[in-house]
Design a protein around this ligand. Structure first.
Ligand code: AHR
Length: 510
């Protein structure tokens, strides 16, 4: 048993927790789109205009604020015109990054936007900088957002969407240091500035273009990108950058479902390395943008395990255990604790790929442990993040923990995994506190106080299992599921018991 004293400090607000910190990402990769979302209107699988009803129903409960599409690496090889108009006329292409799978383009712009609407998410489109043109990007924006009267907007109307889609979020390329063209930061900065010039808010829509940032701890990308942008010939071009998006994956320790206690700790320690990615890139950006006008985004994050046996290697299908749930919870807590620095974060990916919310086959759907974390944490969306301090012992530490550490990363940082950590927020007088017990073996006994206040009517819901390898399958879908809400008694301070390897949410009146 680990004894921990933990305090929430209402007098130290951090910032508003943008709902977009709980964003999601869906790429044309493996079994995500087909059959994860799209089965077609003629399928015997229940669907609404080709979109799976069971998947929509399962995702509605998550309060997904934003959904990024169509990639990923796929985005820089995607030509949007392939995915509009009568489906029988759409071309079949090869998905060059993901196993040369045939891409039928049945799921295109209209289908994606119908899906995003059905699950209540704001769409975020990643455009093609790597193999596309500025014209292709600007035409996509006009097609989607201009009300009517131009050839492109009237084409959209003829394709069934009378009203403009009014899409706010547009990414300009993806991983352009790698699959998006193997560009240098200087070259990408020039390309970004060129594309950005034509990313007009057609039809008066608010337009939020996102620049492609680095992977992990690649500080030089960020510095060199902003140096180049600041080097305009007619004054610097920093005012042309609205958002800048980094990626961070924590590569497996063991496999998705087989790992030792040491590998459990190793992965969770890698996971919390995401904090340095946020603070490191933000600090560099602050040098160029001291008022923090430019928003930092984590466009992709999550665990990356070897693909499940029997599945195509380039399909990135992986199981998801209570260990992944703890990675998700630790990461979301870190995002809340940096609500003043981060404006969006999109976990990779929604269905059947990497750290998914749902695993589905042709007819069945199962929610993963990570799904349950997002459902529990949705309560934080829109709240004001409050500082949390604790005396929890450090149970593991590491450097950046990234497999890619052999790249150009100077300035590595040490990260310390504490037995218990979390985040707190308040909204309309209600406190929400989420806690992770990262110790795979020891229960934690937490004495919780709220400085200068008290919590009443508190209830706690916990996601815990008997075995640290537990996961959900079609045959056993609720092996890892939140327990019933329990009321927590207390007078001034609250006493909480957190099972080993667990995630808990405590809510109450402040
Ligand atoms: O999420 C899978 C891939 O990871 C994405 O396509 C790419 O952006 C990243 O390397």
């Amino acid at each position: 048993m680990t004894a921990v004293r933990l305090s929430v400090l209402p007098e130290e607000p951090i910032g508003r927790i943008a709902p977009e910190l709980h964003g999601q990402f869906a790429e044309h990769l493996g079994e995500l789109i087909y059959p994860g979302i799209w089965v077609g209107p003629d399928s015997s699988v229940p669907n609404v205009d080709g979109l799976r009803t069971d998947v929509i129903e399962a995702l509605k409960g998550l309060r997904i604020p934003v959904l990024r599409w169509p990639g990923g690496c796929f985005a820089d090889d995607y030509h949007w015109r392939d995915g509009i108009g009568p489906r029988e006329d759409r071309p079949t292409r090869l998905n060059i990054h993901w196993g040369m799978a045939e891409e039928p383009n049945a799921f295109g712009t209209h289908e994606f936007l119908a899906f995003a609407k059905a699950i209540g998410a704001e769409p975020y489109l990643a455009t093609n900088l790597g193999s596309g043109t500025p014209q292709e990007m600007r035409d996509w924006i006009e097609y989607c957002n201009h009300p009517s009267g131009t050839t492109l907007s009237d084409e959209r109307r003829a394709n069934g969407a009378e009203d403009p889609f009014d899409i706010r979020w547009w990414g300009i390329g993806n991983e352009n240091w790698g699959c998006g063209g193997n560009l240098t930061p200087e070259f990408y900065a020039e390309e970004y500035a060129r594309y950005r010039t034509f990313a007009f808010p057609f039809g008066g829509t608010v337009n939020a273009p996102v620049a492609c940032g680095p992977n992990g701890w690649d500080w030089p990308w960020t510095r060199r990108f902003f140096d180049q942008i600041a080097r305009g010939t007619r004054g610097n071009r920093l005012d042309k950058v609205e958002y800048f998006a980094a990626h961070y994956y924590c590569r497996t320790a063991g496999t998705a479902t087989e790992y030792t206690d040491a590998q459990w700790l190793e992965l969770l320690t890698k996971a919390i390395g995401i904090e340095g990615v946020i603070t490191g890139h933000r600090a560099i950006m602050d040098g160029y943008d001291p008022d923090r006008r430019i928003g930092l985004i984590l466009d992709e994050w999550g665990t990356w395990h070897p693909p499940q046996e029997g599945k195509p290697p380039r399909g990135l299908y992986q199981q998801n255990t209570i260990r992944d749930a703890c990675v998700a919870a630790l990461s979301l807590d870190i995002f809340h604790n940096h609500a003043d620095k981060l404006v969006m974060a999109n976990i990779a990916q929604l269905i059947n790929v990497l750290q998914a919310m749902l695993l589905v086959d042709e007819t069945r759907v199962v929610a993963t442990p990570t799904y349950h974390v997002f459902a529990l944490y949705a309560e934080h969306q829109g709240g004001t993040a409050l500082r949390v301090v604790s005396d929890a012992p450090v149970i593991s530490n590491g450097e950046d923990g990234q497999a890619q550490a052999s790249l150009c990363y100077e300035d590595k940082r040490t990260v310390e995994l504490r037995a218990v950590s979390g985040s707190a927020s308040v909204r309309d007088g209600r406190l929400c506190l989420t806690l992770v017990n990262a110790d795979p073996n020891a229960e934690a006994d937490v004495e919780l106080t709220v400085r200068g206040g008290a919590v009443s009517d508190a209830t706690m819901i916990t996601l815990a299992t008997d075995d640290i390898h537990d996961h959900n399958t079609f045959e056993d879908p609720d092996r890892v599921a939140p327990g019933a809400a329990k009321s927590v008694a207390g007078n001034g301070s609250l006493r909480l018991t957190l099972p080993a390897a667990s995630v808990s949410r405590i809510t109450g009146r402040l």
